[in-house]
Design a protein around this ligand. Structure first.
Ligand SMILES: *Cc1c(COP(=O)(O)O)cnc(C)c1O
Length: 243
């Protein structure tokens, strides 16, 4: 059985705890906490709970499936929340994704870049902020562009009129011990720095979307500017809905 839905008080407490840890990690790393954005990953959680999270101060929501997000976004809208697509985007869902999401974190191929750009044109969307998902672990089950594919992909994205490349995202292999994830975060940061030096990004230094419930503190120490936190805010998801 899944645990019962969190009350507003519980959400507020968990959120305060997450923010405290974000601030602590930023401080340890000598960083300004204002440069770290919290995306609350609401996948599998129903609209009423997401509304409560917004009441508690959440402004950015992460979803990994277009279809699931569609119903939620229709009900909640964009006025009080920005919606981030953090999961793999299937070709046949791309049009809907362009119409629904404020930011896409999972751009991983040249063909998807071309498609998103074309769909922006067709749907009269002027700009779509995207992050390139980088596969650092070489795991077959995970999507993302390889490091070797990055230069070509970035070149293509920069040629796309409507796409705004704002940073890199990664979903590293899972290790119980978050310290073991640190090298992956460090690697993504190095990549970001190298690319940034070559003006690859449309925003100043380029965002680093990395860190989840069990490792966001380490990610922040390594430079994360966006952390994607689900379980630590909303509680455990039902097993069936796990990605
Ligand atoms: C589900 C998910 C998260 C959040 O995971 P938690 O462990 O619940 O914090 C972050 N990023 C991606 C890409 C996800 O699919």
């Amino acid at each position: 059985m899944a645990e019962t839905a969190p009350s507003s008080d519980q959400l507020q407490e968990r959120l305060a705890e997450v923010r405290r840890k974000i601030d602590g990690s930023a401080q340890r790393a000598g960083r300004d906490k204002a440069e770290i954005k919290l995306v609350a990953v609401s996948k599998t959680h129903p609209v009423d709970i997401i509304r409560r999270a917004i009441e508690a101060g959440i402004s950015d929501l992460g979803e990994n499936r277009v279809q699931e997000a569609d119903a939620k976004i229709q009900k909640i809208g964009h006025e009080r929340a920005r919606w981030h697509l953090i999961g793999h985007l299937q070709t046949n869902k791309a049009r809907r994704a362009v119409m629904l999401f404020d930011v896409i974190h999972s751009l991983d191929s040249v063909s998807l870049a071309h498609r998103l750009d074309r769909l922006c044109g067709e749907t009269e969307r002027a700009t779509l902020p995207v992050l390139i998902q980088v596969d650092l672990g070489g795991e077959e089950t995970k999507s993302g562009a390889n490091e070797t594919e990055l230069p070509e992909l970035i070149k293509i994205v920069k040629e796309c009129r409507h796409l705004e490349l704002i940073g890199l995202m990664t979903l590293p292999p899972f290790f119980e011990d978050a310290e073991l994830v640190r090298p992956y975060f460090r690697r993504l940061r190095r990549l970001r720095d190298e690319l940034s030096a070559r003006n690859a990004f449309n925003v100043a230094t380029g965002e680093l979307s990395m860190g989840m419930s069990h490792d966001y503190e380490v990610a922040i120490e390594e430079g994360a500017t966006i952390v994607r936190v689900g379980t630590a805010i909303f509680g455990k998801r039902k097993a069936i809905a796990e990605n």
